[in-house]
Structures are given as C-alpha cells and as structure tokens.
Design a protein around this ligand. Structure first.
Ligand code: UT7
Length: 322
C-alpha cells in the first residue's frame, strides 16, 4: 500500500507584528478582552506590496529544503486560500511562475479556514493514486486586506501568513485518512460579501469586509470540530490515548480547549500558535505544524491529528503519522 507522507514543512510570516496594544489605539478594545475571549496576543500583517503568492513562495522554499527536494521535483501544486492574488489565473499558477516551475497541475481550493485540509486531502489522493510524486501543498492568507480595521468584532482576530508541506509517496504510514465536510446552510454566519459574479461591479463597497456572527460560529465550531476529530480516530480504530499531538485550527483558544477536552488530551499535547499568529484561516494548521516540527516537539513516527473549521461552513480533519 502506498501512502503519502509529509517529507518537509515550511512557513512564512510577514515582518510586521501588530500587538493587542497597537489595536487598543485603533478600535475600542483592550488587551484583556482579546486575550481572554480569543487567546490572541499578536498577529503578523503583510506589507502593502505583498500578495498571498509572495507569502507562499517563502513557505514553499523552506519546505523544499526540509524535504531535500528542488522546485524541479514538484509535479503538483495545491493551495488552500480564500484571499488569492487574483480571481484568475489561480494562485497555484502564480506560485508556479514565481518558482519557475512549468507544466505540472496547479490549482487552488477555496474552503475558508479549512482550505489547507481540503488541499492536503486532495493532494494525498493524487499521491496515493500514483499521479504525483512530489506535491507542494500550501495554506496561505492575507486576511488583513479584507478585514474592516474599524470593526472591533473582527479586526482583532485575524492575521496573515503561509504554511507549506511537501507530500511524497511512501511505503510507511504517512497520511492515514482525511475527513472533509461542509454544510452551506450556515453560509450567512461567516462570509465576505463580494465575488466575481455577485456585486463585484459595484464601485462603492461600504460593506466589503469579513462578516461574522461570532457567537453563533463559535457554537457550531465547538460541536463540529469535536465530531470530525473523533471521526478520524473512530474510522481507524485508534484510541484517543494513542494521539501524540493535536494540531488544531487556531481561531480561538477556547474552541481549541473544548476540542482537546472532548478528546481527553492535556493541553501539553496541543500545538498552540493562536497567541502569536491570530486566526490565519487556511494558513493556521500548516503554520502550527511547521512551528512544532521545527522546534522539535513533533517527531518522526508520531501520531498527529489536524482539524479545521471555517466559513461555509466547511470542516475537516487529517490523521497522520509524521
Ligand atoms: O476561523 C473560522 C471560524 N471562526 C471562529 O471559529 C470564530 C468563532 N467565534 C469566536 O471566536 C468568538 O465568538 C469571538 C472571539 C469572535 C467573540 O467572542 P464572544 O465571547 O463570542 O463575544 P461576543 O461576540 O458575544 O461579544 C461579547 C461582547 C459584546 O458586547 P455586549 O453586547 O456584551 O455589550 C461585544 O460587542 O464583547 C463585545 N466585543 C468586544 N469588546 C472589546 C466584541 N468584540 C470586542 C472587542 N473588544 N474586540
């Protein structure tokens, strides 16, 4: 049996750091409110001239080095993002051009904060089917460019960044299974109101900002994330106690704690980056994974559960042996 295995990881965070103290000067909020309600302490913000593909580029280069591959080995590019540079060409092809890669399939997957897990699940199937031998999978966002910096209910939450992994075929266990889901009935709880075929023609965009009913999102997120995490374990007959690490979507510390509790996992086994990165949507899981691989917590052979939840709603989990 052929598995796809994470051969290397990388990340990029923009240089500029915006702290809660900085936000106190911008909107009616406080460091105390942000910390206690979300766990966020600081977040990285992209420079005006940076686009999402620029962030992907740096993360990809790190992942190549970590995997011991070069850009010429790459035969598939899949990117999870909600903030692509352009409506088209898709961001996968923009990364391809910047990396001087030619010919391989390159595309993006739009699933909000679950984007990376949707991308990982897709690339995993290409590798296991023998259609890719070196897949670059990226989760990246520049949410700061679609956030309303006057809206305290959203602007304190989000950040920018990119995380990447290289997937290669392996006879040893790598990605064991992925579990994706969605339910469009919740589309009005978390969305961005403009796109290509609806309202984009408007020149005046007073409501062009992330719209979120945070409280309602919170409740569904807690319930759904616990469910999709347990699904991954149940389908593989793996006991909760066997997990070495949980790498959750970094939207809110309280949501993460609730999922860990449902899995019976102590917080020492949970990778937390929400305090440093904020909610980076599709980038949050690969960023957290790379942090923990590089600081030596996640070791080869260990059992890792990733999970995410986002607008749509969409959700997903991936159980893997690193
Ligand atoms: O990543 C994709 C999925 N997204 C999520 O999972 C996000 C899920 N939701 C959440 O994380 C939380 O709902 C939030 C962090 C967004 C909000 O926390 P909350 O505990 O649900 O607060 P709330 O929305 O119920 O607001 C409580 C109070 C309100 O004031 P009143 O009505 O009680 O007087 C808000 O106006 O907090 C107020 N508030 C703020 N106060 C200071 C809202 N934002 C702020 C702020 N600073 N930044």
């Amino acid at each position: 049996m052929i598995y796809s295995r994470i051969a290397g990881t990388g990340r990029y965070l923009p240089e500029r750091v915006l702290t809660n103290a900085d936000l106190e000067k911008m909107v009616d909020t406080s460091d105390e409110w942000i910390r206690t309600r979300t766990g966020v302490e600081r977040r990285h913000i992209a420079a005006d001239e940076q686009s999402t593909s620029d962030l992907c580029l740096e993360a990809a280069r790190q992942a190549f080095d970590a995997a011991g591959v070069t850009k010429d080995d790459v035969d598939l590019i899949v990117v999870g993002t909600t903030t692509p540079d352009l409506l088209f060409p898709n961001i996968g092809t923009l990364i391809q051009e910047k990396l001087d890669i030619h010919g391989c399939p390159a595309f993006s997957v739009e699933a909000a904060c679950t984007g990376f897990l949707y991308a990982l699940s897709t690339a995993d199937k290409f590798v296991r089917a023998g259609e890719a031998k070196c897949a670059l999978v990226v989760g990246a966002e520049i949410l700061s460019k679609i956030v309303d910096w006057k809206d305290r209910t959203t602007c304190v939450l989000f950040g920018d960044g990119a995380g990447a992994v290289i997937l290669q075929p392996s006879e040893e266990q790598g990605i064991i299974s992925t579990h994706l889901g969605a339910d469009g009935q919740y589309k009005d709880l978390l969305y961005y109101p403009y796109g290509a075929s609806k309202e984009l023609h408007k020149t005046h965009l007073p409501d062009a900002k992330i719209m979120m009913k945070g409280n309602e999102v919170f409740k569904v997120a807690v319930k759904t994330l616990g469910g999709v995490a347990e699904e991954a374990l149940r389908k593989n007959n793996i006991d909760k106690g066997a997990l070495d690490w949980l790498v959750p979507h970094q939207a809110n510390l309280r949501i993460i704690q609730a999922t860990a509790k449902r899995l019976g996992l102590p917080m020492e086994k949970v990778i937390l980056t929400v305090q440093d990165h904020g909610n980076t949507s599709a980038a949050s899981v690969p960023l957290a994974f790379d942090v923990a691989v590089r600081d030596g917590r996640i070791q080869r052979g260990q059992l890792v559960l990733m999970e995410a939840f986002g607008g749509g709603f969409t959700w997903g989990s991936a159980l893997l042996r690193y």
